[in-house]
Design a protein around this ligand. Structure first.
Ligand code: COA
Length: 575
């Protein structure tokens, strides 16, 4: 049975403090010993528009965004109008009668009147802290001690000074008392584990922690939503580990600096989003051609152009694989969830260094801005995979930096450590690195560079979490990236509610394809469904091209992630 969970969505105008309210609530609930999945989405403007925070809490796994709400906390009419229809039949509305008027759409569902503005005015002489009144009220509903919320309030507003902290704690307390007097906690038989050694992080933070664990030494960057928090985090933390993060004038300069540092032997990561990756594309070709290892975390957002900068989409896959002039090999990966962002960044470094090529890790806004509690990671315990170095006694004369080896991987000296000069150039070159434009050489060197991808494809190690093949399943789903949790939960729902077994494959390395494994997975299936958060079905097309199959494509292009319920319905329709 799926574990019971409690899903609360808070909605209000950008600038009203919805996000602060949700962040504080999420911290307190996680510290109260529950697993959480905390998603936020907001407009691109600094003020105005609908800002939303959704908290899902449970003692079981909380792997995806739930669609149906136990509680909608509406700070204004727009939030009510937009989400009233997804309140569950036994769910409730929490609202301020001064700010929102419920109508017949709420019929049959419960509601709590929560005078946010009035309580805030009464205890703080203003309405700025109304969001903290909501924090107090919600904490009471979750049956979490007020003290945990008060600590989280103090941490959240610490930089704004003691007065702001005190004002907000007062408001939270008042909200708690109002809730205590008027409403009962929502009855849930949660098992709580407040003593766990866990941290609450977003996907962006987990990726940045992964970079530190992987021994990143240089992070060139240029800010872009929704990837900026990775750069900000590393600007602050990397110097403590002896590395450097530097902002450049644009994405082209950023990657060029990264290639220089990689050439000099440093472990390099940069983070960007679709428009930034476009600007990096030519420099990325140079990294492939000069065979310089580096990791790019591309946090996908709605596109094209400036598109939906604060919303999610899985629409950079084709560009990541094919967005090259000429043919330049690179590895494309995608993590499943927040914790996986940590692990896959470490793995991306290993692949980049081992195969001397750029690795693009595709996360997205939904992962980047969702937080979950994860076990506290240890940073200093990983033995980094090192790039293949020539023996120290290698002769200078005739040294072949780009030796045409069986695996395609050639020894890469580090300037200063090896007395072995070589040219790393965008021009086609011979095995020594010297420019060479002869037809035979170009064919040989192109094949050598692509052979590294083949070698990598043969050595992909499948992790158990990537595949579920229940006996007798004739329907299968292949997904990628952040849709993992929603697909898994949808498949569990099909099993529990309909007795239907569905197989699931979710490769973390998208290109090169893990060919034999995908063929084996496809073997017994009668139908294959490929859900993606884009308009055109980019991964489905990639699979079609490679395996000649005709999957059923399920697309979502609305700036929001799939929910398990949506996928459950989509798969069921295909039964
Ligand atoms: N007491 C004091 N200050 C409070 C408060 C309270 N009770 N509640 C909120 N605030 C402050 C917050 O600390 C924050 O201050 P800051 O601007 O100094 O950080 C501010 O009010 C906004 O509150 P917050 O809860 O963070 O956000 P919100 O729910 O009101 O929504 C956003 C505002 C997030 C939508 C907006 O600020 C934003 O970032 N938009 C996206 C911009 C973007 O990335 N565009 C893309 C460019 S390509």
């Amino acid at each position: 049975m799926a574990s019971p969970d409690l899903v609360v969505r808070i909605g209000g105008e950008g600038g009203e403090g919805v996000i602060s309210c949700g962040e504080i609530l999420a911290k307190a609930v996680a510290r109260g010993g529950l697993n959480i999945h905390a998603f936020r989405t907001f407009p691109a403007e600094i003020r105005g528009g609908l800002a939303v925070f959704q908290l899902r809490a449970s003692h079981g796994p909380t792997r995806s965004l739930k669609q149906d709400l136990d509680v909608l906390c509406a700070f204004n009419q727009e939030a009510y109008d937009t989400y009233v229809d997804i309140i569950k039949d036994d769910g409730a509305l929490c609202y301020d009668p001064e700010l929102c008027t419920p109508d017949e759409r709420l019929k049959g569902k419960s509601s709590f009147e929560m005078p946010l503005d009035a309580i805030s005015r009464e205890v703080t002489e203003g309405t700025r802290a109304k969001n903290m009144v909501a924090v107090g009220a919600m904490i009471r509903l979750f049956d979490i001690p007020l003290e945990l919320a008060q600590n989280a309030v103090a941490e959240w507003f610490d930089a704004k000074g003691d007065k702001v902290v005190a004002m907000n704690q007062k408001a939270a307390e008042a909200g708690w008392h109002h809730s205590d007097e008027h409403f009962k906690p929502l009855h849930r038989s949660f098992e709580r584990h407040p003593e766990r050694d866990q941290i609450l992080v977003t996907g962006n933070e987990a990726a940045a922690l992964g970079a530190l664990a992987a021994g990143v030494q240089f992070v060139p960057g240029y800010p872009i939503t929704p990837a900026t928090p990775i750069f900000e985090f590393l600007c602050k933390e990397l110097p403590k580990f002896g590395g450097q993060a530097i902002q450049f004038e644009d994405e082209i300069a950023t990657l060029a600096a990264g290639i220089g540092a990689s050439f000099a032997g440093k472990r390099v990561l940069t983070a960007t989003s679709g428009p930034g990756l476009s600007l990096m594309s030519e420099t990325l070709n140079l990294a492939s051609m000069a065979e310089c290892p580096l990791v790019i975390v591309n946090v996908m957002r709605g596109g094209p152009s400036t598109g939906l900068p604060t919303k999610t989409e899985q629409s950079d896959l084709k560009f990541a694989i094919y967005g090259t002039s000429g043919e330049s090999p690179r590895c494309i990966m995608a993590p499943f969830d927040i914790y996986d962002c940590f692990w896959q960044v470490i793995r991306a470094f290993d692949i980049a260094e081992k195969y001397q090529m750029p690795v693009i890790l595709l996360t997205d806004q939904a992962l980047a801005y969702t937080s979950m509690n994860i076990p506290r990671p240890e940073l200093g315990v990983f033995e980094p995979v090192k790039r293949l170095a020539p023996p120290l006694d290698t002769e200078r004369e005739g040294f072949q930096r780009y030796a045409n080896t069986e695996s395609g991987v050639s020894p890469m000296p580090i300037p200063g450590q090896h007395d072995l000069p070589y040219m790393g150039t965008g021009l086609e070159h011979s095995e020594t690195g010297a420019p060479n434009y002869t037809p035979d050489n170009h064919e040989m060197m192109t094949a050598k560079r692509f052979r590294k991808l083949k070698t990598l494809g043969k050595h992909i190690v499948q992790e158990p979490s990537e595949e579920v093949e229940p006996e007798g399943a004739e329907i299968g789903v292949i997904g990628w990236g952040s849709t993992y949790g929603a697909i898994r939960e949808a498949i569990e729902m099909l099993d529990e509610q309909d007795g239907v077994k569905v197989a699931h494959l979710h490769p973390r390395i998208l290109s090169p394809l893990h060919e034999w494994r995908i063929r084996r997975f496809l073997g017994p299936l009668r139908k294959l469904i490929v859900p993606e958060e884009n308009y055109t079905g980019q991964y489905a097309h990639f699979l079609k091209g490679k395996f000649g199959i005709k999957p059923i494509e399920v697309h979502k292009c609305r700036g929001m992630p799939f929910s398990a319920e949506e996928l459950y319905r989509a798969i069921k329709e295909e039964l």
